[in-house]
Design a protein around this ligand. Structure first.
Ligand SMILES: NC(=O)c1ccc[n+]([C@@H]2O[C@H](COP(=O)([O-])OP(=O)(O)OC[C@H]3O[C@@H](n4cnc5c(N)ncnc54)[C@H](O)[C@@H]3O)[C@@H](O)[C@H]2O)c1
Length: 339
């Protein structure tokens, strides 16, 4: 490793968003060495990082963010100068059936990373070691920490936390730990809270991949409840550019909401995908994929609406989403059809 290369620890880089972020980041910043620590749970897939096979500034480490010894070893071995923390259990349905691992990874794991970083970078509260002053910890979180919205209103950075699922409450807990390391120890931290992502490399279990996969297989496409749950959809690469900006230019101790101003309900999403597939890959019998839509029993405690006010990141950091739902969905479908 050349001596002026800076090592950045990325966690969860084999998951959906991480596997979009790491190639983007490693290619954009050849002066960084990106160390990707991932446990490869069911949600991690190294096939999603194939484009990095020849990259000289990328290394994969198979391991758990809760393993303090390992995390300490990585900090000293690579002289880690920044953390971008994606690793989490991320599926709400799984958090309802088995919440414990969400607490372990999302809460204890985040704590372990924060605490090791503090020890490695800092001498005392509010005092960085010489040469380590620029080290930053960026935490990736979700808009689900704010709870649910009615017909109107938007989540802002000052919206009170009101998480409703084991998933969102474990993420909210991790956000508060990050906050505490800023206020108590003066550690340089930033957090971004993002709306629902979609795009290439997303795990099959999530809504949009499920719709595409089931449609192409000619199976019933399950939609929860009445299909009227609203999410604010963001193309994953727009999330990646937002994280990059916050990590490099955001103010320490601040949180930034990232959202695409693309609110749609699930019924719109499923119908829209079916219409695109009807054109791109017509069914043999000439019928529409929409005939496969099937309503199923709603998820317990299903939040009705999430929507983000992204004014802060837009005005302060100049971030803007490049894709809207219509353009991003086509790119996503093409990835599933032709990957
Ligand atoms: N997907 C979204 O729509 C969305 C929206 C906002 C925020 N987020 C947040 O972004 C982050 C990434 O989400 P995602 O959708 O890519 O998740 P994902 O479930 O697709 O990937 C998570 C990754 O973390 C790894 N991992 C899990 N437990 C680990 C552990 N203990 N140690 C090391 N690695 C571990 C998994 O192997 C996987 O590669 C999460 O923190 C999530 O809360 C996601």
């Amino acid at each position: 490793m050349s001596s002026n290369m800076k090592s950045i620890l990325v966690t969860g880089g084999a998951g959906f968003i991480g596997a979009n972020f790491v190639p983007y980041f490693a290619q954009k910043y050849p002066e960084y060495k990106v160390i990707n620590l991932d446990k490869l749970t069911y949600a991690g897939d190294l096939n999603n990082l194939k484009e990095l096979i020849d990259a000289e500034n990328y290394e994969f480490v198979h391991g758990d963010i809760c393993n303090r010894e390992l995390v300490e070893y990585l900090f000293t071995t690579y002289d880690i100068r920044g953390v971008i923390h994606f690793a989490a259990e991320s599926h709400v349905d799984n958090s309802i059936s088995g919440p414990e691992v969400f607490i372990k990874t999302n809460v204890n794991g985040t704590f372990t990373l924060l605490d090791v970083a503090k020890k490695y970078w800092m001498e005392a509260p509010f005092q960085y070691k010489e040469g380590y002053e620029a080290c930053r910890f960026h935490h990736i979180s979700t808009d689900e920490v704010y709870g649910t919205l009615g017909e109107t209103g938007l989540f802002r950075e000052d919206t009170p936390y009101a998480p409703n699922s084991p998933y969102s409450s474990s993420k909210a807990s991790s956000d508060l730990l990050v906050r505490a390391y800023f206020h108590t120890y003066g550690m340089d931290v930033t957090t971004s809270n993002c709306s629902n992502n979609y795009g290439p490399k997303q795990h099959n279990e999530k809504l949009i991949p499920t719709i595409i996969r089931k449609a192409l297989a000619g199976e019933d496409i399950p939609i929860y409840g009445d299909g009227k749950n609203v999410r604010d959809w963001l193309y994953v690469l727009d999330h990646c550019t937002g994280i990059d900006l916050v990590y490099h230019k955001g103010r320490a101790g601040e949180t930034y909401n990232i959202g695409g101003r693309n609110e749609r309900d699930n019924l719109f999403i499923v119908k829209h995908i079916c219409e695109i597939l009807d054109v791109k890959k017509p069914r043999n019998d000439g019928s529409s994929y929409k005939e496969l839509i099937t309503f199923v029993k709603d998820r317990a405690g299903h939040d009705r609406r999430y929507a983000i006010d992204a004014t802060k990141i837009e005005t302060e950091l100049g971030w803007k989403a490049d894709e809207n739902l219509e353009t991003g969905i086509v790119k996503t479908i093409d990835w599933y059809l032709y990957k």
